[in-house]
Design a protein around this ligand. Structure first.
Ligand code: DGT
Ligand code: CA
Ligand code: CA
Ligand code: ZN
Length: 575
């Protein structure tokens, strides 16, 4: 048990209770408790072991505290098990449909008996959903559209989540002495924004011992199949991990093969054939030799070198342009985390952030950055206590003072994440924006506008002389919300014409722009800025997710503006 799991159990309990029609006061208590525990710096387990009173924690009442004790002592919640006897767990999938809150899901279950996404789809198509009170034809349509995203959310997890599982599993496997070396392959290694399953490769002469050890990983809920050298298991939420044990002389070939992508491998095999070679997961073989002798396979480098190819970074093995680049010896030298000098999008306690300007600055400096921009929300985002002109100018004055008092070279830029209003135009007057250093424009409202309208709004912002960059340009939330219906090519044209930057938002749920867009931006010569959009100091470490995505977009140092030293970065800005 840990805080994260306790939090998850509590929110699941609340969600499932909703289906039983339990009173909303208790639901709220569990949901609040779940949220608080998720963000709690202290470990609940340690607190319980030290006999500390959990109800002393803000927002934790007696009910939640009891659940925590039950979870820590038994690993289960009796109430949750009981509900699951009458409510099938698949109803939780309904909650993944955008805009379907727990209340609506419960109504679908209780009034129409809908238990799964398939059934929900059928009911929408039969126009039964619109008849429920609180629903309607429009909601029904929106649900139907949202089902696709919910289905995907069931099948693929965020890269950041896969990374957590991979690290944990890696540490579990590290104590197995039969493992000579191991590596995760597949989409995870390629840094794809979502991952369907994890593919673990182990180099060992003793596959049985390796599989026995693997099978003891505590997060495994079931074993799907176990063969001589291959084993597949499920973890919580049906997430699958495939283990393959290979001999040392094949490890590199297997790593190359199972890293994929499938399409990249097709190109590689085709090229090998032309050279009289055969490549598979066991090695590279000489077809002209009657005995088909293995000529490579121990390392990936060896495999690629034999084909006269460079060791492609996994992130670009997508059969896009990598082979052409290799032919011409133009393989890009991809950006790395250490290349980043500044972070130009973050929030503070002035709006919806959890840390002060000074705290964000210290944390940024501690991870090696040289400059940041503080970019809180503007007034339109009232939910986040967005800044009015007066409050913003006040904040900027404070930033000037902080900078003036600093004894080092670290610089805080005066910024704002200014909303692009629904009707078009910026949320703050030009004379205010003119006084800032770095002006971000973003869409938070009117996300469902038709293509022309939302595109025009964004282009309008790009044309505003004070705007520096468009944040999260497509607005998608992975597994949660589709992108706006925006004409991204038109946005790029405008950005190019007006010398504006575009963001790669590094938040693992956003990763917006995506890899394809990034390659397009690079091709157009539009500077990309990789930002964390941090809402707390820890959020600054999300930069690494942005770097992965940037590498998938084939970005190099020269393509990313915040790799520049501050003086040059400022010169690169339009003004
Ligand atoms: P995922 O798991 O859906 O996120 O994507 P991948 O790329 O990890 O795909 P996965 O797990 O099915 O297979 C891992 C890699 O193994 C894949 O990228 C390429 C290789 N591979 C798997 N099956 C085949 C196949 O039938 N043909 C070829 N050429 N390669 C395969
Ligand atoms: Ca995979
Ligand atoms: Ca797999
Ligand atoms: Zn933001």
């Amino acid at each position: 048990m840990n805080n994260e799991k306790i939090s998850k159990h509590l929110s699941q309990l609340a969600d499932l209770l909703e289906f039983t029609g339990a009173n909303s006061f208790r639901l709220r208590a569990y949901r609040n408790g779940s949220r608080i525990i998720k963000e709690l710096p202290e470990s609940i387990v340690s607190m319980i072991e030290a006999n500390q009173d959990l109800t002393k924690l803000d927002g934790i009442g007696k009910g939640v505290a009891e659940k925590c004790h039950e979870l820590v002592s038994s690993g289960r919640l009796k109430q949750l098990d009981e509900i699951l006897e009458t409510v099938p767990k698949t109803v939780l999938d309904l909650l993944n449909v955008p805009k379907l809150g727990p209340k609506k899901c419960a109504a679908l279950f209780n009034e129409l008996g809908i238990q799964s996404l398939d059934q929900l789809k059928a009911a929408c198509e039969a126009q039964q959903v619109r008849l429920l009170s609180g629903f309607g034809a429009k909601t029904e349509e929106a649900i139907l559209q949202g089902i696709a995203i919910a289905v995907l959310a069931n099948e693929r997890i965020l890269w950041a989540h896969a990374d957590k599982i991979a690290k944990d599993l890696e540490s579990h496997m590290s104590s197995c002495s039969a493992v000579r070396q191991s590596e995760f392959a597949g989409s995870y290694r390629r840094g794809k924004e979502t991952v369907g399953d994890l593919d673990l490769l182990v180099d060992s002469d003793d596959s049985q011992t390796v599989m026995d050890h693997f099978g003891k990983y505590e997060e495994i809920t079931s074993v799907i199949v176990r063969g001589e050298t291959k084993m597949s298991v499920r973890l919580e939420n049906e997430f699958q991990v495939d283990l393959r044990v290979v001999p040392q002389e094949s490890f590199g070939a297997a790593l190359q093969y199972f890293t994929g992508s499938k399409d990249h491998n097709v190109l590689i095999r085709g090229r090998a054939k032309q050279m009289g070679l055969k490549v598979n997961e066991w090695g590279v073989f000489d077809l002209n030799d009657t005995e088909e002798s293995r000529v490579a396979g121990r390392t990936e480098l060896e495999v690629y070198e034999l084909l006269d190819l460079p060791l492609f970074p996994p992130e670009i093995r997508e059969a896009r342009r990598e082979l052409d680049w290799a032919e011409k010896s133009e393989l890009p030298h991809l950006i790395e985390l250490a290349d980043i000098q500044g972070d130009l999008h973050m929030h503070t306690t002035a709006t919806d952030g959890k840390a002060s300007i000074e705290e964000m600055a210290e944390a940024a400096k501690a991870i090696g950055l040289n400059y940041i921009a503080i970019t809180d929300h503007s007034q339109r985002v009232s939910m986040a206590n967005g800044l009015t002109p007066d409050r913003l100018l006040e904040q900027w004055k404070k930033i000037d003072q902080i900078n003036a008092n600093r004894t080092d070279d670290f610089v805080i830029l005066k910024g704002i994440e200014c909303d692009i209003l629904e009707a078009g135009g910026m949320d703050l007057p030009d004379e205010v924006l003119a006084q800032g250093d770095f002006i971000i424009a973003s869409v938070h409202y009117g996300q469902n506008q038709p293509r022309q309208q939302i595109t025009d709004r964004i282009i309008g912002a790009i044309e505003n002389p004070h705007v520096s960059m468009i944040a999260h340009p497509t607005g998608r939330l992975l597994n949660k919300r589709e992108a706006y219906d925006v004409d991204i090519d038109a946005v790029f044209q405008a950005a190019k014409a007006n010398h504006k930057m575009v963001e790669l938002n590094a938040n693992p749920v956003r990763l917006d722009l995506n890899d394809i867009h990034l390659l397009a931006a690079k091709t157009h010569g539009i500077p990309v800025v990789i930002n964390t959009d941090a809402h707390r100091t820890l959020g600054l470490s999300n930069m690494r997710y942005g770097i992965k995505q940037a590498r998938r977009g084939c970005l190099c140092v020269a393509d990313v503006a915040n790799t520049l030293p501050l003086a040059e970065f400022l010169k690169a800005l339009h003004r």
